[in-house]
Unconditional design. Sequence first.
Length: 404
Amino acid sequence: MKTEAFSLFSRDRKKAQEGVSAALLVAIIAGIIMLYIILLPASERQELLDLEDSGSHRGRSDAVNKSFLLEEGNLKINPFERVEDIELPNVYLIEDVNADVIEQFNPFTVRNGWFDKTTKTIQFPIPNLEDTDNLILSFNVQKARGILTVLLNGEQIYSFEPASPNVAIELNKNRLERINTFEFSVSGVGAAFWATNQYAMDSIRITGDITDRSRQEAQNQFELTSLEHESLKAAQFQFIPYCSHLGSVGRLQVMLNARTIYNAVPVCDDVVRIPVLDILDEGPNSVVFKTERGSYSIEQVKLLIDAKDQRSYLQFFEVNDKDFSSIRKGDKHVNVSIRFVDDGEDKKADLVINGHNRRIEQDEPDFSRDITEWIEDGNNYVEIVPKDELRILDLEVFIFEKKK
């Protein structure tokens, strides 16, 4: 019996100790919270304790003798977007030159004697004359007697007795046309009426270096939204041209939205920057690189952007000496109230009163804040710096007395 009584007493005492410990812990936590609030700066303590700053209602129910210092309505404030530099892919312009057979001809024979004279005329086209260089007429001679003469478009380009059976004749590009004519003939035998001069030729071909220009042009695109385009204060188009062979590159042309912004032989490996603000379009923008000769690797292609300062709403209001004196005595207070369009969207902005910043971040349509501690004698200002588009139905700054 004594053992049971002792056990019950121990349990009761333990519960009492636990209750005291819990109460002591709650008291310590409450003390820490109170100390934290006391040590906060006045402005932050006001935000924490001021129930009027909840953002869930408009105006003040305890305000009497209201006098408006500022009234505005139907405001729409768009922020300038933070526009970052736009990076574009590297561009490779390659001059692809290939040796190729432009035309081949069947074997033929030219003769010249008292009783037999045969010449040969051949026509051939060069479809891309401007992209064709180093043209050569070549053929093999099987029978050779006399002086062989070759005319190109009526002008003599060869008149010799070949020293070897393999003949190669360089063709002057200035004498070539899109459609060309060769005339082959052999010299006469003179008084030797019984003889015949002749040339039998085969493997007759025209070869040359053909430049494929399809890889000497490249195009990129980028886009600017309407807000990005509106935000531009300055813009430069930048690139660095790296050259495959310094002595073999031609002019580099760069076009932005079909307007030439660069057309010169660049200094290889040097950065190029071109002002282009007036050429940029809202929406798609097109950049074309091309060269007439040589190969380029064009890198660090960027649109460097200098954006305007962020747009904000700024308005001034005045507090006269009499009202300011009442404010200092604590008889009057000043409040700012904003009524947004009730669209369910987040309202994000910085509210600045005489340099003091208060963040607005809510989806409710009404915002109210006591700004008494931030008011100065004489001129004051209110600034709203939007983070997203804001539509404000009413903005009010008023001085009032509190109900007693």
